[in-house]
Structures are given as C-alpha cells and as structure tokens.
Design a protein around this ligand. Structure first.
Ligand SMILES: [Zn+2]
Length: 376
C-alpha cells in the first residue's frame, strides 16, 4: 500500500467531526517532527490548530488544510462505515476521503520527501492545519491569522488542499473566492387599523422602494474572472396574519456575494445609505463571513498552472467560483493564495470517496509545486 493511501486511511479512521480533531494532528505532528519540522500546537477554545515549519526566513510557503470533517449522517445510508476506510474497485471510501484528509496526507508525504531531498532549501516551508473549517471557523484559521498578525509572521504563498477539481484531477485551479456579507434588517413602522392609515405607518410600503432599488442595483460589471457583485434577498416577513392590521415591523434578510472591487465596510455603508435616503426607521445587523481574495498572474499561478497541466494533460480552468474557504483568513496577511485538490463530486455526501490513482498522484503534484517555489 502506498504511503499516502496508508496515511489517509489512518486519518479517516479517526472520527474527527468538527471541532474534535480526534488525534489527527498529533499523528501528523509526530511524523513531521521526525522529519525535522518545528511543531507548534495552537489550541483556541475547543479547536486544535497545528503550525509546523521547516527552514528559516522568507519566502514562506504554507500548505493549508483541515483535519475536521462534516458529520456522516445516518450510518445505515453508507455502503460501508464512514470511519472505516475501505478500497473498492480502486476507490477509497470514507468521510473526509476527498474533503480533505487525502490532501492533508498528501501534504505531509510531500513535505517529508521535500525536506529529505532538500534539507538546506531556501526560505520556510510550513503546514497549517485546523479542526474548525467545516464549523463556525472562529477559533480555527481566523484566530491563527490574528496570532500571526500579532507576531509579525509573514506568508508569501498559501496552497489550500480543498477539493477543487471538478471532473478529473487538476482540471481546475482556484485563484480567488468571492466575499460574503449577510444582513438582518428590521424596518419599524407603527401598527394600526387598515381603515385608518393616517394613524399608522406601514413598514412594508416604506421599505419596498428601498428593497427594489437594492435588488435592481448593478453593483459592478465583474472583476477579472469574478462575476458581478450580487445582492440576494433570502427571507422577508411582516404582518400579523389578520387582514385588517397594518404591521408594526418588517424583517428582511439578504446576502451579498462580492468581488474584490468591494470590501465589507464600503458595502455596508452603501446599503445603509440607500435605506436612509428612503427615510426608513431601521436597524441592521451585519455578519461578515469573509472578504474576497484574488491571486493575480505571477510566480505562484504560473507554477501551479504548469504542474496541473502536467498532471491533467491540459491547462486547468482558472476559477474564482464556489463558496468560501480558510484562504480568506490567510490572504489578508498579504499572501498569494491558490487552491488545488482532488475531485469534489462526493464531498459532504454519503459514500464520500477519492480515486486511489488521484490520491497517489497528489504528493507528487504538491512536491513539484514546492520544488518550483523554493528551488535550491
Ligand atoms: Zn474542506
């Protein structure tokens, strides 16, 4: 059995449902320490984070991943136990096989091989792992990035092992992600009888023109490979249920997915400006899920494109699609970020799996990338 398959199986056998790391990071830290890495365990709240480094100074290349997995759901729905890794017909099954214990195992194997062959490599090569990527993501990489900012830890390049490939390994290179911003809006009116509107103030009528303006707004024309910024209403509610009562308030939730032409404070100010211009009596609660990031053309993208083209046989699609990932916390430190990982068709599903051939190609893929970025 290959080293990466054996290690992935060891990780899957540890049922590390967020935020429980279930010993995954201790296992990996033990291996990396034997390979000469300095390992630091950063525990915040119930979350385990591991920071393992080899070498000195810059440039600093970080491989970023998570050891936690989403819950398997009813075990009876699986063809085999989600935490008992099995290979059937050249495919490895188990929770986390694709998202992302396979990539994490491949990172570790690649790092061991790299430092064994290039003990005196330039700069620093590092692995950052968290057990809180699939959950709240508060005490995970977000907190680690704050600690890095405080201690002046710089990062030049960050490669996340999230399953980015769509149909075959290496067909997609993620070079950015949109930002996400959620709002809970409450518009206050004055409740009253529908027959006496002069004695009430209808928050539905007050809010509709403002909501229509926000919904129709063209925020921008898109940026590089990012689509235009979009505001989508997700929930709207008002009224008592009675046909003769003007409601006292209106509640609306909406979300903005935005490209790097915007940041959260400017979007919040724009939205509040529209609401104020329409004379609404409102309050607004914002939740900032993560700023967008974008890695422009340069050494990292060029190296990744070349390595993926070698694996897949054709140049990868370079995309900024999908939801958010932990790279959103590392990018603001000034790092260029990309994401490269296995096929994502089965992630978070019953019978999550990865092809053994793809899994066994991953350490070599990451190793070529590390070699190109930190050449002797
Ligand atoms: Zn993941």
């Amino acid at each position: 059995m290959s080293e990466v398959l054996a290690l992935t199986r060891e990780l899957i056998a540890r049922p590390s449902v967020t935020p429980d790391d279930a010993g995954c990071q201790a296992l990996l830290a033990g291996r990396l320490a034997r390979a000469g890495f300095a390992c630091e365990h950063l525990r915040f709240g119930a979350v385990d984070n591991l920071w393992a480094t080899h070498g000195q100074g810059g440039p600093v290349l970080v491989l970023l991943g998570h050891t936690d997995v989403v819950p398997p759901g009813p075990r009876g729905d699986w063809s085999s136990d989600p935490f008992d890794p099995v290979v059937r017909d050249g495919v490895l099954y188990g929770r986390g096989a694709a998202d992302m214990k396979g990539s994490v195992a491949a990172f570790v194997v690649a790092l061991e091989q790299f430092v064994a062959a290039h003990a005196g490599h330039p700069g620093t090569v590092a692995l950052l792992l968290t057990s809180d990527e699939e959950g709240d993501a508060i005490d995970g990489v977000r907190r680690v990035a704050e600690a890095f900012r405080d201690r002046g830890q710089r990062i030049d390049w960050c490669i996340t092992g999230e399953p980015s490939s769509t149909r075959r390994l290496g067909d997609l290179l993620r070079v950015g992600r949109r930002g996400s911003l959620t709002a809970a809006l409450r518009v206050r009116g004055v409740q009253g009888h529908v027959a006496y509107p002069e004695q009430a103030r209808n928050p539905v009528h007050q809010a509709l023109p403002a909501l229509a303006e926000l919904a129709a707004r063209r925020w921008d024309e898109g940026f590089e490979s990012f689509p235009p910024t979009s505001l989508q209403t997700s929930n709207i509610a008002a009224g008592t249920g009675a046909g003769n009562v003007i409601p006292g308030e209106l509640r609306v939730d909406f979300n903005l997915r935005y490209n790097p032409l915007w940041d959260a404070p400017r979007l919040e100010a724009e939205v509040e400006g529209v609401l104020a211009r329409h004379g609404l009596d409102f309050d607004l609660r914002w939740h900032r899920s993560g700023e967008p990031f974008f890695t422009p053309e340069g050494l990292l993208r060029a190296a990744a494109r070349e390595v993926l083209a070698n694996v897949a046989g054709v140049a990868p699609e370079e995309s900024t699609g999908g939801g958010t990932s932990d790279a959103r916390f590392i990018a603001p430190l000034g790092a260029q970020c990309i994401e490269i990982g296995p096929v994502n068709a089965s992630i978070h599903k019953v019978d999550e799996h990865v092809s053994v051939a793809d899994l066994e190609a991953l350490p070599g893929l990451y190793l070529s990338l590390i070699r190109r970025l930190l050449p002797d």
